[in-house]
Design a protein around this ligand. Structure first.
Ligand code: GLN
Length: 541
């Protein structure tokens, strides 16, 4: 019988509920349990694909092509597993299924109601996910904050599941304890209110993770316990820390996994977090920096939002730098600056390596192309991800092959040289405004060309990577590009689509149509990121 751990958030969002959930999964996994993880997003959007990443954070992509919340990436990175599509749901997707079933007479003529049919569909998905993963434990993170209208039906599902399996369901509240600067004292009242709100939904938390800038002291623990109807040992201190990868180890210092096992009446098992502890030593011991510049366009919104919009890229850079025992130093570079003043391009020399990540639309594109040209000519290690690959092809077509007007039809529909063009099946999709879930999404195979940098990095011939794009390298221009020295180092075998390009006589100039960042893990850095960072460390441009 599987055990279900629901994680809800109290007081406010953005306090690290996702990494806390991922860390709970990790410490249970380290005790030899099979763990899977679900994220519930209380949006009416059917998936995260149509949400603006500067507002909602990165759109993470699963193997099956589901466009989902970045927390799914946190789970995959912490647990080291690939999660299935069933593990992500939104209000929209749940309603969509219930309405479709109603249309198909699946409810046999009964009245279909918000309660119980919506929570029952949620429960059905949770149970399917457990079955699929053959999991001993499932963590289910309910997005948003308790007390808001949006997630009420998901709390209702949690309550109903507890009724169904009284001994197998546990509730964790990740709450926030502010320390107002004028008072200088940690306040528990908002958390008390959060628990009361949860109580009114029929749920009593079993464990509270008390997030704050500082550790929880005895007095505060006592207060929360008394007012929230709990034992003091069920209130766990979760202060801010330097790196998210420290959280599982911190939880274990507080014996969180033993507490969970005890509450669920499971026998204690030995914990093995040695790999994780080793990773942490590498992170903390790393002193010498590797300077990576990320050239992009989302800059009106400040660094904070940016780090969320490119979360997996940042984590992948970190994994690879930690692997090389270095400290990542990441700088956001606004490509529009290069458009206004080409002289600023020489600033790129300050970095050990440059990345142009995924993107859409025209803003900042010419600046990105200039930056890519500068990296190519000045032998600065360059790694292009999706749009970063398409723009590298345009740069090469324009400045090496002489097609000065080469463009992507995403920006210039009438270009005489559509070197990057819309995929055939995407033409019909866009004509009908069918934007949601219609890109080339998820895992596809890619065959590597022996002897190339890419093949050497992977050490394999057939790889599988995740995609999210509508445009591709137009095969009509492939011969010309190759004749001029572009190396096509990876091709999708079924459709003959170019997936990786690279250049010879350059310390590292590699770009991928897929998003390698989605598959990088702290304990298993992505081979291309690993080689890129290695080149950045060795480079003497
Ligand atoms: N805009 C490009 C496309 O749709 C690249 C997408 C991306 O970078 N994810 O093909």
């Amino acid at each position: 019988m599987a055990k279900y751990i629901f994680v809800a958030g109290g007081v406010m969002s953005g306090v690290g509920k996702g990494v806390a959930t991922a860390s709970i999964g990790k410490i249970l996994q380290s005790r030899g349990f099979k763990v899977t993880a679900i994220k519930i997003d209380p949006y009416v959007n059917v998936d995260a694909g149509t949400m603006n990443p500067t507002e909602h954070g990165e759109v993470f992509v699963l193997n099956e092509g589901t466009e989902c919340d970045q927390d799914m990436g946190n789970y995959e990175r912490f647990l080291g597993v690939d999660l299935p599509a069933i593990n992500y749901m939104t209000t929209g997707s749940v309603y969509e299924t219930v309405i479709r079933r109603e249309r198909n007479m699946d409810y046999g003529g009964r009245c279909v109601e918000v309660v119980p049919h919506i929570p029952l569909e949620v429960i059905d998905r949770i149970e399917k996910s457990v079955k699929k993963a053959k999991a001993d434990f499932i963590t289910i993170e309910i997005g948003g904050t308790v007390g808001e209208y949006q997630n009420i039906l998901f709390l209702e599902a949690a309550r109903m599941l507890k009724l169904k399996y009284p001994l197998d369901v546990l509730f964790v509240l990740v709450s926030y304890l502010p320390i107002p600067s004028k008072i200088g004292e940690m306040k528990t009242k908002p958390t008390q209110y959060a628990v009361r709100t949860l109580n009114s939904a029929g749920i009593q938390p079993d464990i509270i993770l008390a997030r704050s800038t500082a550790p929880l002291d005895g007095k505060r623990k006592e207060k929360i316990a008394l007012n929230c109807n709990m034992r003091q040992e069920d209130v766990i201190s979760a202060p801010d820390i330097e790196t998210i990868y420290e959280i599982p180890l911190n939880f274990e210092k507080d014996k969180l996994s033993s507490l969970i096992l005890k509450k669920l009446k499971l026998k204690p098992r030995k914990s093995n977090l040695q790999d994780w502890a080793k990773l942490l030593r590498a992170i903390k011991g790393a002193k010498q920096p590797v300077k990576i510049g990320i050239v992009g366009k989302y800059f009106g919104t400040g660094d904070f939002v940016l780090s969320d919009a490119y979360l997996s890229v940042i984590e992948a850079i970190k994994h690879a730098t930690f692997f090389h025992k270095r400290k990542p130093e990441i700088t956001w570079i606004n490509s529009e600056v290069f458009e206004k003043n080409s002289k600023t391009l020489k600033d790129l020399k300050k970095y050990d390596g440059i990345i142009v990540p995924g993107g859409f639309g025209s803003r900042g594109v010419e600046g990105k192309i200039k930056a890519i040209e500068y990296c190519r000519k000045n032998k600065i290690p360059y790694f292009g991800l999706c749009y970063g690959m398409q723009l590298a092809c345009l740069e090469f077509a324009r400045h090496v092959c002489g097609l000065s007007k080469a463009h992507t039809t995403e920006i210039d529909k009438n270009t005489p040289n559509p070197v990057i063009d819309l995929m055939l099946e995407q033409k019909a999709v866009l004509k009908d405004n069918r934007y949601g879930g219609t890109m080339r999404l998820g895992a596809y195979y890619c065959r590597l060309v022996p002897g190339t940098k890419a093949a050497k990095a992977y050490g394999r011939e057939l790889i599988s990577e995740r995609h999210r794009h509508r445009y591709e390298l137009n095969n009509e221009y492939r011969d010309l590009l190759v004749k001029n020295g572009l190396v096509v180092s990876g091709v999708n075998p079924e459709r003959d689509l170019v997936e990786i390009i690279e250049l010879k006589n350059h310390p590292f100039f590699v770009a991928t149509q897929f998003h390698p960042e989605f598959k990088s893990r702290p304990l298993a850095p992505h081979p291309l990121f690993r080689e890129f960072i290695k080149a950045a460390i060795c480079s003497n441009h």
